[in-house]
Design a protein. Structure first.
Length: 313
């Protein structure tokens, strides 16, 4: 049996975006000694004991931080209820029972290298295209908020957030992000994959990775101020966050533009020379392989595509 967790935090507030998407604001008993106490893009570990079945003990899961590291007060997380859990003690099913004031576990340190300083470095002038499905927008919300906390007049025109969800109501943080478009030149596009059920929706449709299909890439280039053909690692760096499908669906079409994922075994399988820099960084919420590099039938055509693209640049 997993050992029960010792609770060290309190749920300050929950905002139910929909029945299955909730923003949790959590206050650890011991507040950070100094702020900023993490780097935007990092995650914390949250945990709960199973009150109904104590024999199952505690469950802990990683969750990206959505608040800015400069913010006072509780730490914010954007969480999806997992309808078909893989474990017999899913954390999200415990979280959904919580109300403000309830106790829980939050590991009081942040972890992870899905951050601008750990990838390209803060001074890199390229356009940052952030690709998220569902709650994968959390680390990007943190990054954007942090830009504003450090400079209330920040120009966000180099930041592009592409956010996919099933329905418009699932596009959490939409109002806040639209305000950043209006006031700080953020490029933000929400896209819904079930438009037939979304009456009145006039935004983009399809899954978020569809922005990178060859037929649509020219349109994206125009929207973010690039010339046709300009969507290459020379001008753009890609961050992806979410489940495998979003990551695979984004990196494969971008092989044709010579974008290289920051994943050693994929680089090696595709024969990417060591001196070619990574230009796609991802945070994966599940454990499915992004590309089955053991399958020669999968690898061979991708290898050819990337070698052709690299020969062009
Ligand atoms: C670094 C990192 C950051 C994460 N940040 C977030 C976050 O900000 N918000 C968030 O909602 N989740 C996040 N996750 C996923 C989270 O850790 C859990 O896997 C998820 O909440 C399911 O846990 P569970 O115990 O309820 O279900 P379990 O039955 O224990 O299922 C775990 C499995 O569910 C699958 N899964 C994970 N996430 C989802 C999902 N969104 N939809 C469908 N299936 C899923 C995966 O295969 C995972 O292995 C993050 C994961 C990692 C590794």
């Amino acid at each position: 049996m997993a050992k029960p967790l010792e609770y060290n935090a309190t749920l300050s507030e929950r905002i139910d975006v929909t029945d299955a998407l909730t923003i949790f604001k959590i206050a650890p008993d011991k507040q950070p000694d100094k702020r900023p106490w993490f780097v935007p893009g990092q995650y914390c570990v949250l945990g709960m004991n199973n009150a109904d079945k104590p024999e199952l003990g505690g469950v802990r899961r990683s969750m990206s931080i959505a608040s800015a590291p400069e913010d006072e007060g509780p730490t914010e997380f954007y969480v999806r209820w997992v309808a078909k859990p893989e474990s017999e003690n899913p954390l999200t099913h415990q979280l959904w029972k919580l109300k403000a004031g309830d106790r829980m576990y939050m590991r009081p340190v942040a972890a992870g290298v899905f951050t601008v300083p750990d990838t390209i470095g803060a001074d890199d002038p390229r356009i940052r295209v952030m690709v998220a499905a569902g709650t994968g927008s959390a680390p990007f919300v943190s990054m954007l908020r942090s830009e504003l906390r450090r400079d209330p007049n920040a120009d966000l025109s180099r930041w592009v957030l592409l956010h996919g969800a099933s329905y418009p109501a699932d596009l959490g943080y939409r109002d806040e992000l639209h305000a950043l478009v209006q006031n700080h030149k953020l490029h933000y596009f929400g896209t819904v994959s079930r438009p037939k059920e979304a009456h009145g929706w006039t935004g983009d449709v399809g899954r978020v990775e569809a922005y990178f299909e060859p037929a649509r890439l020219t349109d994206l280039e125009a929207r973010i101020g690039l010339l046709p053909g300009g969507f290459t690692p020379k001008n753009v760096v890609i961050y992806i966050c979410g489940l495998t499908g979003t990551i695979t669906g984004t990196i494969i079409p971008l092989f044709d533009r010579a974008f290289i994922p920051d994943f050693k075994r994929i680089r090696e399988a595709l024969g990417v020379p060591e001196d070619v820099k990574d230009s796609v960084f991802y945070e994966q919420y599940d454990t499915e392989p992004v590309i089955d590099i053991k399958d020669a039938a999968v690898v061979a055509p991708l290898r050819e595509r990337i070698q052709t693209a690299l020969a062009r640049v």
